[in-house]
Write a protein that binds this ligand. Structure first.
Ligand code: PEP
Length: 249
């Protein structure tokens, strides 16, 4: 079975409600025929999800807490996200890991919660520049996969997309070469075959993220194991993001 091509945008802490609605209106006017995923700020989820009801834009969140409710000031639960209209969540994004110090075990709890709730997760992994320079890329990826996916069943893997995002390439303008990205993706698939089986490894979508732009997406996506992209900066403007989606086809 051919894997679906998936393009997702991560707006990070950008866009108020009105800016999000303006974006959606402009993006929709560009007639992008492919489905796209947008991880928007929490405040924009509900209005954006309403505005996207009859479109091919799927709205999601950038993070969530693993508990269903409780004394977790400033946090958000999966039930809140679902009721607001989110259809997916990013888990383990490098900014959560490195700026907010989230570790693999906390990320695993979030993945387990999303899996239990049949909610789609984009599980982000990737090595730092130092780890790549020390030849630790494979070890880091294997560890993040093994710890992050602990106790996630084969069936629950249907609701998980992996995003390989080398930390040194996020928001820096430095993109992994298509060959470097392909090597990492093929290794991730081998790890998934070890953790689960060949069928799961072959069916699971693995996205590349890290300074993806309209002019480098085609070459990245032409690689055998790259099934799409998670895009930060270039998803912030509807014209560049729609061009990127078109160039990925
Ligand atoms: C990201 O935020 O996941 C990302 C890949 O950002 P950028 O495209 O800006 O590097």
């Amino acid at each position: 079975m051919a894997r679906k091509r998936i393009i997702a945008g991560n707006w990070k802490m950008h866009s108020t409600i009105s800016q999000s609605l303006d974006y959606i209106q402009t993006f929709s006017s560009f007639d992008v025929s492919d489905k796209v995923y947008l991880a928007v700020p929490y405040t924009a989820i509900h209005p954006a999800a309403n505005a996207c009801k009859d479109t091919n834009i799927v709205i999601g969140a950038q993070n969530m807490h693993p508990e269903l409710k409780g004394a977790f000031t400033g946090e958000i639960s999966i039930g809140m996200l679902k009721e607001a209209g989110a259809q997916f969540v990013l888990i383990g994004h490098s900014e959560r890991r490195h700026v907010f110090k989230e570790d693999d075990s906390f990320i695993n709890k979030k993945l387990l919660r999303a899996a239990e709730e049949n909610f789609l997760s984009f599980f982000c992994i990737g090595e730092t520049e130092q780890q790549r320079e020390n030849n630790q890329t494979k070890e880091v990826l294997k560890n993040q996969l093994t710890l992050g996916l602990a106790n996630i069943s084969s069936k629950q893997m249907n609701n998980i997309i992996v995003a390989y995002e080398p930390v040194w390439a996020i928001g820096t303008g430095k993109t992994a070469t298509p060959e470097m990205a392909q090597e990492a993706h093929s290794y991730i698939r081998a790890c998934l075959a070890e953790l689960y089986d060949d069928t799961i490894a072959q069916q699971l979508s693995i996205l590349y993220g890290g300074s993806v732009k309209p002019d480098n997406i085609a070459e990245l996506i032409s690689q055998k194991d790259i099934d799409g992209a998670l895009v930060g900066g270039a998803s912030l403007k509807p014209d560049s993001f729609s061009q990127l989606v078109k160039n990925s086809g």
